[in-house]
Write a protein that binds this ligand. Structure first.
Ligand code: ADP
Ligand code: MG
Ligand code: MG
Length: 251
């Protein structure tokens, strides 16, 4: 039984249907990549899995760890073990990163820890991410570079140890530093938690050091192709054009 499974997921925003009957499944410990042209609905799919109230599920269902989560709030899905990286990372002046991280894990079963243990754990993760520990005392996100924001995100991921992490890298170009942060973070997450990953990306360089199990191509709110990792270099070479052409029956 898959860890996550979407069946016929149809979702809309402001009466506009964005996802049209999406089927998608991820097993425990697997890494999946979701690719497709800009505007295809990839980020929307991530938000719909997460239960973002902006989107309405109009048909289909979402199961996670054997439970139908279609009607669950975003918070409940998060508690059940689903994590999604922020599209627009938060900036909260006056709140140190360490306090934010403390709040993030507060009240989570299995993650209770004493202050001393928490500080040790966060320092350990920061150093594994090659993050200067002085950042832990800096105001959340304020004046962080792209790479530093990614480190903050990865630190959160590694601290939370979700069963499923959805990383939406957005269309904005990540610099070389941010790329390696994400790549190292994903590797650490997989190695230390055995969790599943769904990576939404245009940038296949991010995947160079990652063992990818399955690749899904989304066009116009539908999954039009699913294959193994060999699809990645193919897409690098050919782009998405051939997927966008409507399929016509041979004469
Ligand atoms: P992708 O991540 O593949 O680039 P998105 O999921 O961001 O695609 O967007 C898919 C479509 O949904 C686009 O046409 C986009 O304009 C629309 N869309 C996404 N979010 C919203 C929203 N909050 N309100 C209105 N339209 C939206
Ligand atoms: Mg986009
Ligand atoms: Mg997107």
């Amino acid at each position: 039984e898959p860890l996550l499974s979407l069946s016929g997921v149809t979702a809309s925003v402001e009466d506009k249907t964005i996802l049209h009957g999406v089927n998608f499944a991820v097993n425990s410990g697997e890494t999946h990549v979701l690719m497709g042209p800009n505007g295809a609905g990839k980020s929307t799919m991530g938000h719909v899995i997460m239960g973002d109230p902006v989107f309405t599920l109009t048909a289909g269902s979402i199961e996670f760890a054997g439970q139908d989560i279609s009607e669950l709030s975003c918070d409940k899905r998060s508690l059940a073990g689903i994590f999604m990286s922020f599209q627009a990372p938060v900036e909260i002046p006056g709140v140190p990163l360490s306090s934010f991280l403390r709040a993030v894990i507060a009240g989570r079963p299995g993650l209770e820890m004493k202050g001393k243990e928490f500080r040790r754990r966060v320092k350990e993760l920061a150093s594994a991410l090659d993050m200067d520990t002085s950042y832990l005392n800096r105001e959340l996100g304020v004046g962080f570079s792209g790479g530093e924001k990614k480190k903050m995100e990865m630190l959160q991921l590694l601290l939370l140890q979700p069963r499923l992490a959805i990383l939406d890298e957005t269309d904005s170009g990540l610099d070389v530093d941010a790329l390696s942060v994400v790549s190292n973070g994903m590797e650490l997450y997989r190695r230390t938690t055995g969790g599943s990953l769904v990576i939404i990306t245009h940038n296949t360089r991010i995947l160079e050091h990652v063992d990818v199990d399955r690749v899904h191509v989304m066009v116009n709110g539908q999954i039009v192709r699913e294959d193994d990792a060999s699809l990645i270099p193919w897409i690098d070479e050919h782009g998405f054009e051939s997927f966008e052409t409507p399929i016509t029956a041979p004469a």
